[in-house]
Design a protein around this ligand. Structure first.
Ligand code: ATP
Ligand code: MG
Length: 254
């Protein structure tokens, strides 16, 4: 862990109205590593990763305290351009959410709105590269004009990953990316995450303990908005220092 963290949550609190959903979290996510966020339903996993690219800004009545640093600089101030921030920190959701557009236009969308489309040739190159990176190209290369809704759920999820990659983010946040798809598509996405970490910083929320153990380098265990334990994944899954962590990963509760 010698590098500067890519993302650092410092004493991070988050409130929905009067309800505190995150309690003084300190979590660092390192470049070219996968950080898994685990914990029982409602413990604040989605809230946490949504604060990292300020997706929670759109929820009325929320409040954040403490700080989040990206490359050492706070992203919480009013001067931060959140569109630019979300380009740097992309997100893939639990349910695939393709736009009602063609496969090609789904990928091209982010480039177009960010003024990165360039020539038609350039656009085609980036669409192909993103689909190759997301392990979907071979399945869709002959049907790029088809509507994205014609794809299977697992293909739609990989399309959403390709869409996130197309704008060249630095960080990719995954919120339970495999919960709605079959084991074969899940294996493809896990392989993909493994490859992505050679370039990107990856944060993944998962309910699947085997998945966390397989794909991540570091694991944060949350309960009721608090960080119970944060360590190397190997340590968390073989010799956790907290009894609560052990009970959770062995399925004794949660
Ligand atoms: N928009 C919202 N308004 C009010 N409370 C919310 C909102 N979203 C989440 N919460 C509350 O914040 C807490 C954390 O929710 P969050 O969705 O982050 O949990 P989670 O760990 O992702 O759970 P799950 O595993 O079920 O997805 C919960 O108590 C939840 O009810
Ligand atoms: Mg969630």
């Amino acid at each position: 862990m010698s590098d500067q963290p890519k993302i650092e949550a410092k004493n991070l609190d988050f409130y929905y109205g009067a309800k505190q959903a995150l309690k003084s979290l300190n979590i660092a996510c390192h470049p070219r590593k996968v950080t898994a966020i685990i914990g029982p339903s409602g413990c604040g996993k989605s809230t946490f990763i949504r604060t990292l690219n300020r997706m929670n800004d759109v929820v009325a009545g929320t409040r954040v305290a403490g700080d989040i640093l990206v490359d050492g600089s706070s992203i919480l101030g009013p001067k931060i351009d959140v569109v630019e921030l979300r380009k740097r920190i992309g997100m893939v959701f639990q349910k695939p959410n393709p736009f009602p557009k063609s496969i090609f236009d789904n990928i091209a969308y982010g480039l177009r709105i960010n003024g990165m489309a360039g020539s038609r040739e350039h656009l085609e190159e980036v669409v192909e590269k993103s689909l190759v990176e997301a392990a979907l190209w071979d399945e869709v290369k002959d049907r790029l004009k088809d509507n994205a809704f014609a794809l299977s759920g697992g293909q739609q999820q990989r399309l959403c990953i390709a869409r996130a990659l197309a704008v060249e983010p630095e960080v990719i946040l995954f919120d339970e990316p495999c919960s709605a798809i079959d084991p074969i598509a899940t294996a493809k996405i896990e392989d993909l995450i493994e490859r992505l970490k050679s370039t990107y910083t990856v944060v993944i929320v998962t309910h699947n303990m085997q998945q966390a153990a397989r794909v991540s380098d570091y694991t944060a265990f949350l309960m009721l908005g608090e960080l119970i334990e944060f360590d190397e994944t190997k340590k968390i899954f073989t010799a956790p220092s907290q009894k609560m962590t052990e009970d959770y990963i062995t399925g004794r509760f949660g």
